[in-house]
Structures are given as C-alpha cells and as structure tokens.
Design a protein around this ligand. Structure first.
Ligand code: TYM
Length: 331
C-alpha cells in the first residue's frame, strides 16, 4: 500500500499558503492511505530560532494539523527530532548526494542570496535531510506545494544513486503530489512572489491565526488590477494577482477556478473581495479557535507527538538497520 509522508517547518506561524498547499490536502489523503505528517523541527534550525519560540512553533504546527482535521488515530503525527533515525539517514544521504546537486536548488539560492558564504551548512544540506525524512519510511507519495517540487525530485535522484552505488533496489521512487487550485498561493501585494511566513510585510500574507477583521482588511488591500473578473479562465492570463484570488477562493470552497469564474463572471473587486474575505473567515475561524483551545494544553499536544514518534520509530528502525547493513556499517 502506498505510504504518504509530508512535513511543515515550525518557523513562524502557519499561513494560508501552508493551509491550502499542504494541511488541507494532508487531511484529504487521510483514511485512503497510510499517512504520516511530521513537524520538521530539525529543518527549522537551519536558520537560527529562538529556543522558546521553536518549541512554541512546533506545538503550534501540531495544533494546526489537529485543528484542521488530522486525526492521530488515522495518521502518524510527530516531530522530526524525536525520531533520531532522520538525522542518521540524513548523514548517509549527505554522503550520497553531490555538491553540484545542492548548487542547483533554487530555494537555497533564493534564501542564501548574495550571502551564501554566511548561511549554515545545514541550510545547504537541507534537501538531503528532506530525502531522509521521506525515504526513512519508504514513502511513495509526498503532498507538497509547488515550491517543494525540486526537493522531491532530488529525493528520487538520491534514492537512484544509493540504489546504483550499492547495487540494490532498496529505496523506492517517490512521487510529489501537487494537485488542486492552490499549490502556489501568491503574496497579496506582489503576484510574482509566493506567500511566505517570512515576507517583510504582514499585509502580504494571511496567517491562520489572523482574526476576521484583519483577514477582511488584507483582502481589501490586496493588489489587483482595475478590470472586473473575466468570463473564462483564459481571461486571467497576465493577471497574476487576480488569478491568485480566484485560486484561493476555489481552494477554500473545494471547487475549481473555472467554477469560480463562471459564478463571478463580470464581477468587480468590490463584490469579489468581500465574498472572498467572508469565505476565508468562515473556513479559517473554526480552525484558529480550535488551535487556541489546543494550545491551552501543551502537555496533551506533547503526548500526541510522543506517541506518533513511537509509531514512526517502529517503521523507521528496520529501514535504517537495513540501510546500515547495505552500506557495511557494523551495528
Ligand atoms: P515549508 O515549511 O516551507 O512549507 C510547508 C508546506 O506548505 C507548502 N507551502 C505552500 N503551498 C502553496 N502556496 C504557498 N505559498 C506555500 N508556502 C508553503 C510547502 O510547499 C510545503 O508543502 N522542506 C519543506 C518541509 C519538509 C518536507 C519534508 C516536506 C521537510 N521534510 C519531507 C515534505 C516531505 C518546507 O520547508 O516546507
């Protein structure tokens, strides 16, 4: 049976991009397949994190998972650092992956910018740890947003090189699962950039914990063009900000962007934006309220994560042992 693995970094709060591009789709895969969703704390520290904030953000991502509908009896929910095999397999993959492959990672280039000499070695090696996250469980399906596609493809390269170098077929080929209308939610003030946790201005993103008034204000101030909505999707070509708002509406209402265009053909922003804000509040407020409730009892979140980690370890351990054996490491 196919196994699903995915993860979110606990660095800052969750955004609408994380919700639509990841969490909501994680919930959609639950039940049909074996699903594992991780809070990847070891990835977060590739950039310095305040220790207290890191623990808080780790619990908050877990609370987001639970509040959105992930169920610990149906999915394995855990934080990465609790299962030491991630770091162990990560090291082996550091020895399989090539420096040239890392140099081609666009996310690293974006994050490091002109400062590549000063970033952590961990940030550079990050995709190799991500490959370990996935392959430690022989996961075959990885739901992610568009921005992670290159990393999942690198995971396939690492699996293929390991299999080739050690004359084995031990590691499976992983498929990125990138579907639905919102796999790349864009910045509300600049439709050429993705919405991210770390953008300079808070007005460019919707945070999952934003209140109703703030959500309405952010959509109202979102950049658009003066044209009304067209009557076909083709009419959105060259209008990235308009396209983004239509896609967000579609994802929030579980429909397609085509259907949204049909419903709002000819509508101006004065009509569409308030409708979008209402829809977003309607979908996000219950999740945000439930997150607040869950965060009142951090011990319960920790218990769920510890229990998930224990279940994850039982899958990981035989795979790590076999890897050591293939490589010739004595245990
Ligand atoms: P991270 O923490 O940056 O983002 C978590 C997930 O949210 C998606 N996402 C978006 N989707 C649509 N629009 C956006 N604007 C947007 N912003 C973020 C991301 O694509 C991702 O799916 N390296 C990963 C975490 C990771 C991982 C893994 C994922 C570590 N190990 C193994 C899958 C499997 C990351 O930094 O995601």
């Amino acid at each position: 049976t196919p196994r699903v693995f995915s993860g979110i970094k606990p660095s800052g709060g969750l955004t609408l991009g994380n919700y639509l591009g990841a969490i909501k789709r994680f919930v959609g895969m639950q039940g049909a397949m074996e699903t594992m969703y991780c809070v990847v704390d070891l990835h977060a520290i590739t950039v310095w994190q305040d220790p207290k904030e890191l623990s808080h953000a780790t619990r908050e991502v877990a609370a987001g998972y639970l509040a959105a509908g992930l169920d610990p009896s149906q999915s394995i929910l855990f934080n990465q650092s609790r299962v030491s095999a991630h770091a162990e397999l990560g090291w082996i993959f550091n020895c399989v992956a090539r420096v040239g492959w890392m140099n081609r990672m666009t996310q690293f280039k974006d994050k490091a910018g002109s400062n590549a000499e000063k970033v952590s070695l961990g940030l550079y090696a990050y995709p190799s740890l991500m490959a370990a996250d996935i392959l430690l469980y022989h996961a075959t399906q990885v739901p992610v947003g568009e921005d992670q596609k290159q990393h999942v493809e690198l995971t396939r390269d690492i699996a293929a090189k390991f299999n080739h170098d050690y004359k084995t077929d031990f590691f499976p080929m992983t498929e990125p699962v990138i579907d639905g209308p919102a796999t790349r939610v864009m910045n509300l003030r600049d439709g050429s950039k993705k919405m991210s946790k770390s953008g300079e201005s808070d007005m460019e993103r919707i945070n999952m914990r934003d209140g109703a008034d703030l959500i309405a204000k952010k959509f109202k101030k979102a950049k658009t063009d003066p044209e009304p909505l067209p009557d076909t999707l083709d009419g959105l070509k060259g209008r990235p900000e308009a396209r983004n708002l239509v896609d967000i509406y579609a994802a929030l209402s579980d429909t397609t962007s085509e259907a949204v265009i049909t419903e709002y053909a000819g509508a101006g922003w004065g009509r569409f934006k308030p409708a979008l804000a209402d829809l977003a509040v309607d979908r996000l407020a219950p999740i945000s309220d439930e997150m607040t409730r869950l965060m009142d009892d951090p011990a319960e979140i920790d218990r769920i994560l510890a229990d998930g980690a224990e279940r994850a370890r039982t899958i990981a351990e035989p795979i790590l042992s076999r890897t050591y054996e293939i490589v010739g490491l004595l245990r």
